[in-house]
Design a protein around this ligand. Sequence first.
Ligand SMILES: O=C(O)C1=C[C@@H](OP(=O)(O)O)[C@@H](O)[C@H](O)C1
Ligand SMILES: C=C(OP(=O)(O)O)C(=O)O
Length: 449
Amino acid sequence: MRPLTARPGSALSGRVAVPGDKSISHRALIFGALAIGETAIDGLLQSEDVLCTAAAMRALGATVVAGENGSYKVHGVGVGGLMEPETPLDFGNSGTGARLALGLIGTHPLAAVFLGDASLSRRPMGRVLEPLRAMGTEVIARDGDRLPLAIRGPKTAIPLEYRVPVPSAQVKSAVLLAGLNAPGITTVIEPVATRDHTERMLEGFGADLDITVEDDGARTIRLVGQPKLKPQPVTVPGDPSSAAFPIVAALIVPGSDVVVENVMLNESRTGLFTTLIEMGADLSFENERVSGGETIADIHVRHSTLKGVTVPPDRAPSMIDEYPVLSAAAAFADGQTMMEGLAELRVKESDRLAAVAAGLAANGVTHEEGADFLVVTGRTGDIGGGTVTTHLDHRIAMSFLVLGLAADRPVTVDDAGVINTSFPGFADLMAGLGADLEPAGNTAGEAKA
Ligand SMILES: O=C(O)C1=C[C@@H](OP(=O)(O)O)[C@@H](O)[C@H](O)C1
Ligand SMILES: C=C(OP(=O)(O)O)C(=O)O
């Protein structure tokens, strides 16, 4: 456990670049492992979650070589060519790594054991195992389909038509990855659109894919199985979910003026920025450009007077990981911020709805936690002074450190070590902007994080 304290202090200023996008980084390694030849990746996120996926791809027979600053070379084995791993695959804290790999491996005729940390071992895997079982995968799992578990893929998988029952890019992606090694056409219908990185990268790597979108936004994705995937250079853009932390910090710390460079603006990921602008945030998108098929920009953010808003439930998929940090912004807004459609937050690295509510309570922020909603009332009294339990959840840790930077009293999180799952260098990056973050127990000025 590495407790860390955020102290309110001076304005934040400067230019920073956040690390590469986590979703694209996992997928770049996975598609690289399935392509025959060399996939060069630039700017891979070198966080614990992604490094677990890299290790898994090696165990499945791919060659994954790290160069400098996130440049990686992957030599793949081809769809259908994965090797049986000799040891269990450990996905650490990563739902994305575990669920995408279940889909990938589940239609290969081999056995594999999946492990994870205490947080991942509590999360539901049935949402991915159910379609896999229909494709012919055998599963040995504990009650409730949690990790650790073992799977064995069929000799020949059955292609599936599957309607995703929860809005989840991980489930959609797992079924599409499974469909890659099934003969015929696998169809995934998502009633609510979620992040589309898998579809974009399948197309980039040369898969035969057809996507139709209904008037109500429902998407049908048809994938022709057993393609020969071609290696594709991947440049990983900055992660908007990581950019959210310095952006919200600059909005709530008076006098701040910060630029976060190279942030991906894929529309399936930008719900937080839409919401912050509705709240009155001074955000400008500078130097917009297209790189690797994604729009990216430098986001210029200045301290702003925020007002509470209602965030509609249909926006949730495009900002699903950003509700904890939005709650920190809402604590400093005038009036109430109502966030609806949050049921999925209960099955993330922690029960994020409960963890956010407990953190707000510990720091004097007025709020109401519902079954699938959260209402935060800003500025009702002094904020801060509490210790927040992170429950092995990086986003809880970072969100409450951000809250502490603008609070009336310091805020401590009980374990900042978990931040390395998605955002190594978070504390140094924030300190570079002027944030006062230090190991809990130190007095101001000693041993800066
Ligand atoms: O597909 C992905 O890369 C992700 C999908 C989301 O999860 P769900 O699919 O469970 O909503 C998100 O929370 C996670 O951080 C990354
Ligand atoms: C939910 C998250 O990740 P994962 O599901 O990959 O653990 C996240 O990064 O907030």
